[in-house]
Design a protein around this ligand. Sequence first.
Ligand SMILES: Nc1ncnc2c1ncn2[C@@H]1O[C@H](COP(=O)(O)OP(=O)(O)OP(=O)(O)O)[C@@H](O)[C@H]1O
Ligand SMILES: [Mg+2]
Length: 600
Amino acid sequence: MADLKVSEQKAVSKNSREREKGRSISSLSRLFSFFKPYKINLMVAASILVVTAGISLTFPIAIRRVVDGFYVGSPQLLDYYFSAAVGLASLLAIGTALRFYLVTRLGERVVTDIRVALFNKVISMSPGFFERLLTGEILSRITTDTTLILSVVSSSVSLALRNMLLLTGGLIFMFLTSVKLSLLVLLLVPVMIIPILAMGRRLRRLSRENQNKIADSSGIASEMLLAASTIQAYNYTKWARRSFNNISEDSFKVAKKRIQVRSFMTALIIFVVFVGIVVVLWIGARDVKAGIISPGYLVQFIIYSGFVAGAVAALSEVFGELQRAAGAAERIAEILNSEDPIQEPENPETLNLFAERAIVFEHVIFCYPTRPAEIVLNDLSFNLESGKTLALVGPSGAGKSSIFLALLRFYEFSDGIIKVKGKSIRDFRLSDLRDQFSLVPQEPAIFANSVLENIRFGRPEASDQEVEIAAKKAAAHDFIEKLPQGYQTFVGEKGVLLSVGQKQRIAIARAFLREAPILLLDEATASLDAESENAIQQALEELSQSRTVIVIAHRLATVKRADLILVLNQGQIVSRGTHEELLTQGGLYSRLAKLQFLGN
Ligand SMILES: Nc1ncnc2c1ncn2[C@@H]1O[C@H](COP(=O)(O)OP(=O)(O)OP(=O)(O)O)[C@@H](O)[C@H]1O
Ligand SMILES: [Mg+2]
């Protein structure tokens, strides 16, 4: 199973590539734009935050007054203070709950938006994008990375804001209480900040690596789960388990390193903060004894420095979380910012439906982006008139399917020109271009839905009746009727509950239903019995009267009636003509024909 190794290698080299370019925080600005629609929500939450932080900041003053006035003031004053405290407490409670609601809702809202934006981006990417990233990895970015962002937005950001307010407010009040003691405290601040900054960077890198590993493991898991029966048939389970285990352990190792750094950072900060408090308290206590300040002021000061210390500790925690989220945000921004190599034209042309020439290839040279050295289509030229049928034959790997991919503009070709209805395909909007084609791919894509909906995929607005007509044409109606729930039968993920030939007929029915002017069939009848194939051939015959068709087939019987046959070998057209012409010419085609008819 060399495939798995290849994907592992791919994941590894991709990670190092990503790490290099992933550093820039500027990519994060992409995510900030998701907050723009919710400015008002943000501002309300921020004002509530200011109010509640303000309330918290008044408590120490009240406490000092109570402490210093305990013996001298009147009893009414005490009552007054304590009832005010209860009032403030209720304000604080309501404000905090409201802030929690607003901020958490905002978090869920923004993350939903990000998930949708990610999916919207990814679903329209050309196949080249998916050759670089495994599907499971993309899913991991859509789910785990966004979840991380959610935790940051909904808890850490509000914690950070609150603690920043408490920090500045606390510092101001500390100075108002005692300048001398405050200056002492400030001496400690750089001692705290420097290690936080240094370790924060390390944390961010580790977090990103952690998320990459998780994504790699989902990539490998999804790939192997989709091939579970092959893995079992080859008794490869042991190796599959081992390679999943290895990658999971790798992920754990990185997580462990991250947690270590984080724990060390926490210990350091708590130690520094508490030692600081003890020192300040000590000096303050001496001042009280010497009569320089009152006990109330010392209590007030200690509570403020408690606020400040608490805020610093919370901020360092939040800072760690933010670093973690920044790693995730980079991974998300990377997808959102990635550019599709296939670009839409700025001024798209309108299609001329009545053009005489349906398809023209002129000296087309094409290679896949992952293998730029291997020329897959080499100087390919042909043209196909509207309403005619073209057949492509040739050995496996000759480049037949690649012609379809270039024609539908899934990949960019490097040289030459491809025209549809007289105009370069690069001048059309992609959706307009693809509206021209019904494609039956070599491996039909079947969705986990009913047979009915799978066929209706060809034209979502088609009625049940139209679906049935298309199914009849594709020789699929009979087998569908025999399924347990007929057209409503659920076909399972990727159509696992159907046979290969049945899937193929559903794909053909879908193409018939689509009613696009050009039909592209890639080995469409390869897995069918003679009878079904015959039935489809007849339907195709009928269909090709009114349509332009390109058919790829290994079985020459199915291409006999084509108006033109191109024989491909290694990306080049080695001969062209009708069935009879090619037979008399000898060469590859007559060799293939002899083999097949003798075989039959
Ligand atoms: N996505 C891809 N990236 C890189 N190379 C590819 C890709 N798809 C196909 N190729 C290569 O391009 C060449 C032509 O492939 P293509 O699928 O067009 O062959 P084909 O004629 O359809 O063969 P078959 O009859 O087996 O379907 C092959 O050498 C193949 O390895
Ligand atoms: Mg092919």
